[in-house]
Design a protein around this ligand. Structure first.
Ligand code: ZN
Length: 224
């Protein structure tokens, strides 16, 4: 069969002569015992060029979305979409587009959520911030940048509280003034405050009482 391919190649002028292509196509797709590379070489092709010229073959596998039969582009071809039902290239790219649109929507959503502001009274924020600042990470024997710090983010939480307190002071916000705090900062503040609030309940009361008469845990639970 290789000899036949070679002879045909010698007889035809144009590489793309229909008869030659028909024979190559038959041998490649229907005669698995004829190896692809020697076949291409017998016909004076590089393997990939020959595959491009003879074209794909039906695979017997159908696109799960549109039902079109998938085409094998070589003997070693495997259906795309390894993690789901097989899809044709068209449906695969539609799915890809849909997935990246979904990702864009999700990242936009999380950005909007992160920038959203939680409204509460200035005294509530102030009490939570002062509480965190009264129990600095050093009292937990955690030094800045240590593994425990990075794992638990205590310094980050402490600095977040300081930033919020400084902002309240700079804005001269106090008492019942309504103040908005970005949701991720607010969340970190409340989490950090909840962590320290019951360490030393007497001290917690001493810190929070001058600012608001609401018990610390009730206040933090409400903010949360
Ligand atoms: Zn499809």
């Amino acid at each position: 069969m290789l000899e036949q391919a070679k002879r045909l190649r010698a007889e035809v002028d144009a590489v793309h002569a229909l008869e030659l292509i028909g024979v190559l196509r038959h041998l490649y797709w229907q005669q698995p015992r004829v190896h692809g590379r020697p076949l291409a070489e017998a016909a004076d092709f590089h393997l990939n060029d020959m595959l491009a010229v003879i074209g794909p073959a039906p695979s017997g596998i159908f696109c799960a979305d549109c039902g079109m039969e998938l085409l094998r582009t070589s003997r070693s071809w495997k259906p795309p979409a390894r993690y789901g039902p097989p899809l044709c290239p068209h449906c695969l790219s539609l799915e890809h587009d849909a997935r990246s649109r979904k990702w864009q929507v999700e990242s936009l959503r999380s950005r909007i959520v992160a920038e959203a502001r939680v409204q509460a009274r200035a005294m509530d924020w102030r009490a939570a911030a002062e509480l965190v600042l009264a129990f600095p990470p050093l009292s937990q024997k955690i030094s800045r940048g240590s593994a425990a710090d990075q794992q638990e983010g205590v310094w980050h939480g402490w600095e977040n509280a300081r930033m919020i307190r400084n902002r309240l002071i700079a804005a001269a916000a106090a008492g019942d003034d309504s103040v908005g705090v970005a949701v991720d900062e607010a969340q970190l503040l409340v989490e950090t405050a909840l962590r320290v609030a019951d360490w030393d309940t007497a001290r917690t009361r001493d810190i929070v009482d001058p600012i608001t008469h609401e018990p610390a845990l009730a206040l933090l639970t409400r903010l949360n």
